[in-house]
Design a protein around this ligand. Structure first.
Ligand SMILES: [Zn+2]
Length: 57
């Protein structure tokens, strides 16, 4: 079974319930990056997202 990557935006922004889950890490990072920028106006690098925010589920 492939491991999925999950980003729970609540851990970044307390009042956001957005959750990204994907079995493709690149896709999860891409979606997370877009969400952070579009919704929260924050720029994260791929490494920051991968190392600090994505959970393996
Ligand atoms: Zn969010």
């Amino acid at each position: 079974m492939a491991q999925a990557r999950k980003l729970d935006c609540e851990s970044v922004s307390a009042d956001c319930r957005f959750i990204i889950q994907s079995e493709n890490e690149d896709e999860a990072i891409e979606l997370a990056k877009k969400h952070m920028k579009d919704v929260h106006g924050k720029d994260f690098t791929d490494d920051e997202l991968r190392e600090e925010h994505l959970q393996v589920v």
